[in-house]
Design a protein around this ligand. Structure first.
Ligand SMILES: NC(=O)c1ccc[n+]([C@@H]2O[C@H](COP(=O)([O-])OP(=O)(O)OC[C@H]3O[C@@H](n4cnc5c(N)ncnc54)[C@H](O)[C@@H]3O)[C@@H](O)[C@H]2O)c1
Length: 333
């Protein structure tokens, strides 16, 4: 299959490498609004740089969008209007109105569509999902979700990101829905700028917390930070009536125990999301090829994108208004 990759920034470069190694990808066409970036990525991985987005779409049999968030909705529409199976990095769009509109557009055109929540393809999160679904965890009492980036993104990324909850925690909002099969009904969030004043310029924060109430009454806490000097720390802990489990805790977790007698970490800490989720991104593209061929339904749909963003919107409102926000306050259609 001939795939067009649109956008070759931080993650687009990784996706270029992974896509050329994905069985079933015969040719990778690479385009970016900055054509020199597409050229560099193509030279790096052996794809073919295409001078414009239009030209890439005209030739492609399926499309992978890894461009800046603000470009997602237009690129999805352009791809859907050609009837092309489309994968798009999270989120669908930068705000809830545009997200709902583009989700309707995808549904109207009926294209196979997959959104990039790669944690669904991570072995640890998948095992947590299985333990909850099978009943082996028992009644879920509460949970802790943790997301800590090693370094903040470049400043140009911040105004295009939608803010910390929409950009980063949206993965946690998706994965808690997916792991538990339940919906978040209420969010109470707080945050501050603790390390990087550039976030304040864009009315954003670099450190935040949120409590989440699920529709079955289970309760969770999310902690987020844009900087972690030890590495990339993404974890979940879930406590049930029959078991307590941890996702992301292992020899490469960037956290150290200060208990006497506990040995130091065995391996180097995860430096970056590209390493921590490398296997998950590969599995995600394997799935997309099957979705694009029509062999299986999408494992992560535009509906999932809308629901995760509604929670992120509720968290963002809660942060700015200093009150608990019900997710039902956020538009759904
Ligand atoms: N799933 C994940 O783990 C994950 C991780 C990082 C980023 N992302 C998402 O991936 C997207 C890109 O993030 P990034 O960190 O690579 O950003 P980035 O700023 O490094 O790169 C964005 C790229 O998009 C290009 N671009 C902008 N508008 C375009 C358009 N209309 N058509 C084609 N290319 C265009 C830019 O020139 C740039 O090369 C964001 O939406 C982000 O939310 C997902």
């Amino acid at each position: 299959m001939k795939i067009a990759l649109l956008g070759t920034g931080r993650i687009g470069r990784l996706h270029a490498r992974l896509l050329t190694a994905t069985p079933g990808v015969d040719e990778l066409l690479i385009a970016d609004v900055l054509p020199e970036r597409a050229g560099e990525a193509a030279a790096e991985v052996g794809g073919r740089a295409v001078p414009t987005i239009e030209a890439a779409l005209d030739e492609a049999e399926a499309v992978v969008i890894a461009a800046a968030t603000t470009a997602h909705a237009d690129l999805i529409r352009a791809s859907a209007d050609r009837g092309l199976p489309t994968f798009c990095e999270k989120p669908l769009a930068e705000d809830i109105g545009a997200t709902i509109e583009v989700a309707h557009h995808i549904a109207r055109t009926g294209i196979p569509f997959q959104l990039g929540f790669q944690r669904r393809f991570d072995a640890g999160y998948a095992e947590a999902h299985r333990l909850i679904a099978s009943g082996e965890l028992g009644t879920l009492y509460n949970f802790h979700l943790a997301g800590h980036d090693p370094e903040p993104p470049h400043e140009g990324y911040i105004p295009q990101s939608g803010g910390l909850f929409r950009d980063f925690s949206i993965h946690d909002f998706d994965i808690i829905r997916w792991m538990t099969g339940r919906e978040v009904v209420e969010v109470y969030a707080d945050g501050d700028v603790r390390g990087f004043p550039m976030f304040a310029k864009y009315n954003d924060v670099d450190t935040a917390v949120a409590t989440l109430r699920m529709d079955d009454g289970s309760l969770g806490v999310l902690t987020v930070a844009r900087h972690d000097p030890l590495g990339y720390d993404i974890r979940a802990e879930l406590f049930g009536s029959k078991d307590s489990i941890s996702v992301g805790l292992g020899p490469r977790t960037p956290i150290r125990s200060v208990e006497p007698g506990v040995p130091p970490q065995a391996g180097p800490a995860w430096p970056h999301f590209l390493d921590r989720f490398g296997a998950a991104y590969s599995a995600e593209f394997g799935a997309f090829l099957r979705v694009a061929r029509g062999d299986e339904p999408s494992p992560c749909t535009e509906h999932d994108g809308v629901q995760a963003l509604r929670i992120a919107e509720a968290a963002t409102q809660s942060l700015h208004e200093h009150r608990p926000v019900r997710v039902e306050e956020i538009a759904n259609s």
